[in-house]
Design a protein around this ligand. Structure first.
Ligand code: ADP
Ligand code: MG
Length: 742
């Protein structure tokens, strides 16, 4: 079935305009443009308050022309046209070189849209390379003056949609295109089934598109928005419900807990009691494991809440039941760390065939990208023969040649870096689909979990193991109080004298680095967002560890043993440094975010993060989770050059103010666009969700989920071709996002 929404824009708008829309905004079809919703509406009488404009921003303002002057240029031939705009109180100036003819358009008293980048020149705000459209201009210029006048008249009382735009394609150009397309649109197929539309009293898709782009009142726009947001939530929930139902139909080998095996032996030597939360989650997992369809569970819990122990116990249960387990970590450092801590926790239980090994011991094997050919061959053999009970590794475990004798359980640490596709690859590695447990330390509000991980059951560890000390966090303003920075280094030396250890974290590696190194290490995403958001002018270069390390080592930290760890070191070197630090042969570790996740050295009590504003909220929270893991309280200092009152500084203060991960993930979410929340890889301007706000639209999402489950269970999706198509499109988009990312 063809649909007007699938038509290429070039057919409606012509070649040039279509190209500009595609190049600037990634819009190719009529549907793409129709789904490019206004960001907000300007009221006709309303002027943009200049005081709200930030330097460096690309803005569109509605303003009146206050003054125009043409001056000859002194040193060069030509002229300069200077225009001063006003919002009623303040002023903003525009400058054009050799375009004196514009004086005709820009006469004092006229009102228009003006777009450009805000800069400061001698303390005054300017728009550079401005583009504009006078609000009543179309009447004068239209070829078909009557029709145009009619449209403007119709439009006059209405709200003016403001679109996200690019320098080449200002908001009003987008608006013109939208109007042209809307005029030609008469039939669109609606992904929402008629029964649902009727039940909720929603407008049809066509009406909603008209109302959101050209509303008469804000109420109309709101009603349209609700319908369109519901539609997004609904299609997404249908995809997730289908995925869940598909998973339920898969057959897995049940791995019920048996007494008298590795798990029992492990429990007997566990030096602590499981918390109630750990017990609860364990019983959820055990019941999943004994079912004949694959477990598909997300385990979320604060850093240090004891997820790893829970996962290890699940693995031992599966080994007892005759299966193998794979543990996937996002980075090599973390894989190595897991390997060390799991072999040490298991002790003789991991020493199969070795002297001193327990009789029923298993073998734990590490495989990362940097294994040499011999190590790799032997690991692959251990997996294939079933010798290895636990395989630990990075993405290398996803390789084509990796095969298991009987893969029963896959544990993925730090879920957000693995996509659905990668989960599928893993699932295909067993003879039957293995059970799956994904762990994340970034707490996710419920609706976000429903939206992003809607195909997973969720378990949460909310309490920290008994006896855990708090982590105190302070913001240190380096420019305002340089003495406090000196004091921080002293404090590290004092901690070391007490027998404790410390981390110093910086955003960059430094040295001769490539572009990609700058966005370094494990989770570049947070940082990239952060930096992209910062206005160009503010973008100083972040401190690099290869620059600060020599200064610290020869200066304030000259009396302690310091190691330097970053992602560019060869992996055996990284491993050695981590091991030395773990064993106390190093007092201080200067590192990049390689230590962000999972690194567990209970004796480390202090962390100093330099240029902390370069890190995202959840990243900072993860980082500080590295200290205070033992019996001593942790201290984390966030050093920054940011001024008080800036949004970066506020972000740091929010991190300092609370240890509640859920609270912080809200702060984080509120500062990001939804695309970033959902998609690990929403690099482009388009994300899957355009209107839906996962925090604000909680009710809508729940409603959509109920409807989606019903329609999937009744097997009615295929009966609605437009819905089936929307779903196919969404899945395809999601796949390509993950592929881009991987
Ligand atoms: P997570 O993976 O959630 O960050 P870990 O499983 O690494 O947390 O646990 C953090 C630390 O707490 C480890 O040193 C672990 O041995 C310890 N631990 C885990 N569970 C308990 C418990 N119930 N009581 C005391 N200590 C625990
Ligand atoms: Mg962990």
């Amino acid at each position: 079935m063809s649909d007007q929404l699938d038509e290429r824009l070039v057919k409606v708008l012509g070649d040039r305009t279509a190209k500009a829309l595609e190049k600037g905004l990634g819009l190719r079809t009529v549907g793409d443009l129709m789904r490019h919703y206004p960001r907000r509406y300007a009221e006709r009488g309303e002027l943009t308050n200049f005081a709200s404009l930030n330097e460096g921003e690309l803005v569109t303002v509605v303003a009146d022309v206050a003054k125009v002057a043409v001056r000859p240029l002194r040193n060069r031939r030509g002229s300069m046209l200077e225009v001063v705009l006003t919002d009623g109180t303040g002023f903003l100036s525009l400058t054009f070189f050799n375009q004196a003819w514009r004086e005709r358009d820009l006469s004092p008293g006229r009102r228009g849209f003006f777009a450009g980048r805000v800069t400061l020149f001698r303390g005054k705000r300017q728009l550079t390379h401005p583009d504009y459209e006078m609000l009543d201009a179309s009447i004068l210029e239209a070829e078909d003056a009557t029709a145009e006048r009619e449209r403007v008249a119709q439009f006059a009382g209405a709200l003016l949609p403001v679109y996200s735009a690019t320098a080449k394609l200002p908001s009003w150009r987008v608006a013109q295109c939208v109007r042209t397309v809307l005029d030609n649109l008469d039939e669109v197929s609606d992904p929402l089934p008629p029964a649902i539309i009727e039940k909720h009293g929603y407008p049809s898709l066509l009406d909603a598109l008209h109302a959101i782009h050209l509303p008469n009142t804000l109420g109309d726009a709101k009603h349209a928005r609700e319908r369109l947001a519901f539609e997004e939530a609904f299609t997404l929930q249908v995809v997730l419900a289908q995925r869940r139902s598909k998973l339920r139909s898969l057959v897995a080998i049940p791995r019920s807990v048996r007494g008298g095996g590795l798990l029992a032996a492990f429990d007997a030597k566990l030096p602590f009691k499981l918390t109630n939360g750990q017990k609860e989650v364990t019983s959820e997992i055990e019941s999943d494991l004994s079912a004949s369809h694959p477990m598909h569970r997300l385990l979320q819990g604060e850093v240090g809440s004891g997820k790893t122990v829970v996962a290890l116990r699940a693995m031992l249960a599966v080994i007892d039941a005759g299966g193998q387990c794979a543990l996937l970590a996002p980075t090599e450092v973390l894989a190595q760390q897991h390997f060390r801590s799991i072999t040490s926790m298991l002790g003789d239980l991991a020493m199969k065939g070795m002297m001193g090994g327990a009789p029923n011991a298993t073998k734990v094997v590490l495989l990362t990208g940097s294994a040499n050919a011999g190590q790799r061959r032997s690991a692959l053999l251990d997996f294939q023969s079933g010798e290895a009970g636990i395989a630990i590794g990075t993405h290398a475990l996803l390789g084509d040649q990796v095969e298991f004798a009987d893969l029963g359980l896959v544990v993925i640490d730090e879920q957000h870096r693995f996509g659905v596709e990668q989960r599928d690859v893993l699932r295909a590695k067993g003879s039957a689909p293995p059970h799956l447990l994904v762990m994340t330390a970034t707490p996710i509000p419920r609706t976000v979990a429903m939206t992003i991980f809607g195909d997973l059951d969720v378990s949460t560890l909310s309490e920290l193991p008994h006896g855990r000390e708090a982590i105190e966090t302070h913001v240190v303003a380096a420019l305002e109080k340089p003495a406090f920075v000196t004091r921080a280094w002293q404090r590290i030396v004092e901690e070391v004298k007490e027998g404790r250890q410390a981390y110093i974290v910086a955003p960059r590696i430094g040295g001769e680095e490539s572009e990609s190194d700058e966005l370094f290490e494990a989770s570049a995403d947070d940082l990239a967002d952060q930096i992209d958001d910062a206005p160009q002018e503010e973008r100083k270069k972040a401190k690099a560890i290869l620059e600060i390390a020599p200064e610290l080592i020869s200066g304030p930290l000259s009396t302690v043993r310091v190691g330097v760890l970053h992602g560019r070191l060869p992996s055996d070197r990284k491993d050695q440094i981590m091991r030395d630090f773990t064993e106390g042969l190093l007092d201080v570790l200067i590192a990049t975010t390689v230590i962000e996740v999972g690194v567990d050295v209970p004796n480390a009590t202090m962390m100093v993060i330099v240029d902390a504003e370069y890190f995202g909220v959840s990243q900072l929270h993860q980082l500080r989770g590295r200290v205070g893991r033992g019996i001593h309280a942790g201290l984390c200092l966030l050093v920054t050059d940011c001024d008080e009152g800036t949004s970066s500084r506020q972000r740091l203060e929010a991190v300092a103010a609370t240890m509640d991960g859920f609270e912080l993930s809200r702060v984080d979410l509120e500062q990001r666009s939804e695309g970033d929340v959902l998609g690990s890889a929403q690099s482009g301007s388009r994300s899957q969700l355009r209107l839906l706000r996962v925090l604000r639209d909680e009710k809508l999402i729940e409603l959509a989920k109920d409807e989606a489950v019903q329609i999937v269970e009744a097997d009615e999706v295929e009966g609605h071709p437009a819905l089936a198509r929307a779903i196919a499109e969404l899945s395809a988009k999601e796949r390509s996002d993950y592929l881009e990312k991987g």
